[in-house]
Design a protein around this ligand. Structure first.
Ligand code: FEO
Length: 389
């Protein structure tokens, strides 16, 4: 447990070995589960708790501090933050959980917490700890409908749970504001926050209005002083309208015919002044594509035919791009087949939540010929125009 300011403690745990989050999000360097203890002159509160995997170590740390817990603030019911609430309620039988209405419902369903121990807060409600006040702001959809911020008013510290988080374990507590942290925070934003970009923009504005001295998320480092602007500026950039000229060309090729097409299209696009991020989707984790999706204008799928349809990894990427809801303007499909099938339909049909414009496809039987490269030139011109719209 580390004292951040007088009477406010970091009680998080670094999990450097975790490889995947929610069985979906790759974690190149693990993550942290942050929890904070706030002591007033009369009462004490924990803000968020711990993933059960580290529950023993965490509870030992809380008990060893000698604190008598009066309140547990649950900013979000996902078990990486709420997992140890039941145990803490056993150990501190007079403690109450403060949370949003949706969070209360989730805690009862997911952790079977007795409703009598839950206090549902209203937006802007205060809780006095004696000389210190916690104020709750309902901020649904960053990341679930239950999320809220907790503001420690007198010290002007803002506890944002998942919002402004990063799966970043290189700092013990405070941010280093490195390019590595920025990339990690962008990956986190892409995979967890981007589907809710409009809410993110709204709560970023709320954060700026509060002008906190520190932002204390429940994953990754704490931002303090001038470093607050580091994460705020990144969120400003990511949630703004998309004016990028970047095109992602994500391809998979069985016998290099699709590779030939992807290489040709890349050169044609670069010659037109566009930025191209070409990715062999067999080589990387999906998080790297998610990062690029944050500020890409378009996504071009390159795929070989596998039996009668695109490579399954291409279809999965399309599904992922759909649920992450990037601000893509357009998609297109290029690729090669041997004897038949449909490359475009299975990919295009994945886009149900977002509706990027579907540009022409260039699908070639076997190895591309001169007329196929001419079609790629035409597609490059179409992409150039679509980027500019
Ligand atoms: Fe870190 Fe949505 O939980």
């Amino acid at each position: 447990m580390k004292e951040i300011i007088d009477g406010v403690f970091y009680c998080g745990i670094h999990d450097k070995t975790r490889k995947i989050f929610d069985q979906l999000v790759p974690l190149p360097q693990g993550t942290t589960y942050n929890s904070y203890l706030v002591r007033g002159s009369e009462k004490s509160a924990l803000i968020d708790t711990m993933y059960q995997k580290f529950g023993g170590e965490y509870v030992d740390m809380i008990v060893a501090s000698g604190v008598k817990l009066d309140y547990i603030v649950s900013n979000h019911a996902e078990p990486d933050h709420s997992g140890m609430i039941p145990k803490l309620l056993e150990l501190f039988p007079d403690a109450a959980v403060y949370c949003s209405s949706k969070c209360s419902e989730n805690l009862q369903n997911m952790l079977h917490i007795d409703a009598a121990r839950l206090h549902v807060v209203a937006d802007g409600e205060d809780l006095s700890l004696g000389g210190r006040t916690l104020k709750f702001y309902l901020t649904p959809w960053v990341h679930w409908p239950d999320t809220m911020f907790t503001h420690l008013v007198e010290d002007n510290l803002l506890f944002t749970c998942d919002f402004f988080g990063a799966h970043y374990t290189k700092n013990e507590v405070f941010a280093d504001c490195s390019s590595d942290l920025a990339n990690s925070a962008k990956r986190y934003y892409a995979e967890i926050m981007m589907p809710f970009a409009n809410f993110c923009a709204k709560y970023l504005a709320k954060t700026k209005e509060l002008a906190p001295k520190m932002i204390l998320p429940s994953h990754g480092p704490i931002y303090r002083g001038d470093d607050v602007a580091f994460i705020e500026n990144l969120y400003s950039e990511w949630t703004s309208g998309n004016s990028s000229k970047k095109v992602i060309l994500a391809y998979v090729s069985m016998y290099d015919n699709t590779t030939l097409m992807a290489d040709y299209l890349e050169n044609a696009l670069v010659a037109k002044g566009l930025e191209v991020v070409k990715i062999d989707i067999m080589d990387i984790d999906e998080g790297e594509i998610a990062i690029e999706l944050v500020d890409a204008a378009g996504l071009i799928f390159g795929t070989s035919m596998v039996l009668t349809g695109p490579h399954p990894k291409s279809v999965y990427l399309a599904y992922l791009a759909n649920i992450l809801r990037p601000k893509l303007k357009f998609t297109s499909i290029i690729g090669s087949f041997g004897w038949g099938g449909n490359l475009a339909l299975p990919i295009n049909s994945m886009f149900t939540l977002t509706k990027p414009r579907q540009l022409s496809s260039v699908v070639v039987k076997g190895r591309p010929r001169r007329e196929d490269f001419e079609k790629l030139d035409a597609l490059a011109a179409e992409i150039k125009e679509a980027v500019s719209l």
